[in-house]
Design a protein around this ligand. Structure first.
Ligand SMILES: Cc1ncc(COP(=O)(O)O)c(C=O)c1O
Length: 435
């Protein structure tokens, strides 16, 4: 490892200097906790198609893809063209704009629950407001989430994210007592917990594929069982599709499982690389946020904010969805196949030392420790060898110009090809020989 770190330092001298400066100005040198990795993250100069290029001109085939948002790769032409046109005109009004209406037309047609939509600027805001709406509609306080579920930094949902789950995630939180946490894919135990809080249960919020918690798909029976309980007990079923929306097909994942969520939150892909969060929900529920009709004491007071539905984001989002729609059959079958290939080949080259998880174009490699034979929840994922995973990703960065944010899952974009996956597998095979 020492040799590898010296090699990295030699390759990234400019990054090293710039990151020293970044540490002077920014907490931990970064603007999002997960962007730091040891000894220091390289500093990016630009991104193009499947590549990230750092300030020392090292080129990396990128599987981080902007927090998994960039399904068309970096700066894709169809989005760039429309965004350039918009920027040529202007990029901020703070008033109603046509681009938003055009964008919402696509969402409404392709996300069945999107009878009413509200735009914000981050996924964290979207889930925060979804929780507020659920509390307003039901008059109850408790929110159930999943062990390892990540919904952004909203105080309402900051619990059981990082291992060890029972430990508090942060000082400064006052609402933790109103959050309960469920073991993913374990319906019996989850229902037991839900029963214990059912009188005060406002909502359950779930990712249909646990992203940050280990790239783990939920079973249909699990989601269905939770939804059934929640609805029987006058609570809301909130689905967080911020990672999964438009990732596997043109639309959300939930219609493929015939689920009936009350609000779906979206983000990442649908912003086309610009900042976005979306709440899309049933009319009778979303209407509680209507300030023209509801009195102050009745309404649920939710944003936007200064930059919500700004024309640049709406244009980039619209261009992305338009391109995805036009190319949906070839594009999704290509990236989903590449994901299958990655999972299959990684399992093979690591010869029993790893468990690969994921779905479609999302995949993750877990170095299983003794006693872990499957990964169906975040508790099992957290017990895998995280240090080895970080070393594996770091070695790919240094030796092979392949970038996974160390420790995180990989996302394949339409800019990736067969040969990229093969290259990543060869690099993995070299690492596997050393462990
Ligand atoms: C499932 C899920 N929900 C919400 C968020 C928060 O989104 P943002 O980082 O835009 O606040 C994320 C971010 O990774 C996420 O993965």
């Amino acid at each position: 490892m020492k040799k590898l770190i010296s090699q990295y330092r030699r390759k990234t001298r400019k990054s090293s200097k710039l990151f020293e400066l970044s540490k002077k100005y920014h907490v931990d040198g970064v603007s999002h906790n997960i962007r730091f990795f040891k000894p220091y993250p390289f500093v990016t100069k630009s991104g193009k198609d499947k590549f990230l290029i750092d300030v020392d001109s090292n080129k990396y085939v990128d599987y981080w893809m902007g927090h998994w948002a960039l399904i068309l790769g970096h700066a894709p032409r169809p989005v760039k063209k429309e965004l350039q046109k918009q920027l040529e005109a202007d990029w901020m009004h703070g008033t109603v704009n046509e681009a938003t209406i055009l964008f919402s037309e696509i969402l409404e047609k392709n996300v069945p629950v999107a009878e009413k939509i509200r735009y914000v600027v981050t996924g964290a805001e979207a889930t925060m407001y979804a929780v507020r709406i659920a509390r307003s509609v039901t008059g109850k306080k408790t929110i159930a989430k999943i062990d390892g579920g990540w919904h952004g930094y909203s105080s309402d949902l900051l619990k059981t994210i990082n291992w060890p789950f029972p430990e508090s995630e942060s000082s400064g939180l006052v609402d933790e007592k109103h959050i309960v946490s469920l073991p993913y894919n374990d319906l019996e135990k989850s229902l037991e917990i839900l029963k214990s809080v059912k009188k005060d249960l406002a909502a359950t919020i779930i990712e249909p594929v646990l992203g940050g918690g280990g790239c783990i798909p939920a079973t249909k029976d699990y989601l269905f069982g939770i939804q059934e309980f929640v609805h029987k007990n006058n609570s809301l079923f909130l689905l967080d599709e911020i990672v999964t929306g438009f990732r596997f097909r043109f639309g959300c994942l939930y219609p493929t499982m015939k689920l009936d969520p009350d609000i779906v939150t979206l983000g990442k892909i649908v912003g086309g690389g610009m900042p976005i969060g979306v709440m899309a929900g049933k009319k009778e529920i979303m209407d509680i946020a209507n300030t023209s009709v509801n009195k102050k004491s009745k309404r649920s007071y939710v944003g936007g904010g200064t930059f919500s539905a700004n024309p640049a984001t709406m244009t980039a989002g619209h261009a992305t969805l338009y391109h995805l729609k036009k190319n949906q059959s070839s594009l999704y079958s290509k990236i989903n196949k590449l994901g299958d290939m990655a999972r299959k080949q990684l399992t093979k080259v690591f010869d029993g030392n790893v468990i690969t998880t994921g779905m479609g174009s999302l995949f993750m490699t877990h170095f299983a420790k003794k006693g872990i034979s499957e990964i169906t929840n975040a508790n099992q994922a957290a017990k895998c060898d995280i240090v080895l995973l970080n070393n594996y990703h770091f070695e790919m960065i240094v030796n092979d110009g392949i970038f996974f944010l160390p420790g995180k899952l990989g996302a394949i974009s339409s800019a990736h090809s067969d040969s990229d996956i093969k290259h990543m597998i060869q690099s993995s095979a070299r690492f596997s020989e050393k462990i």
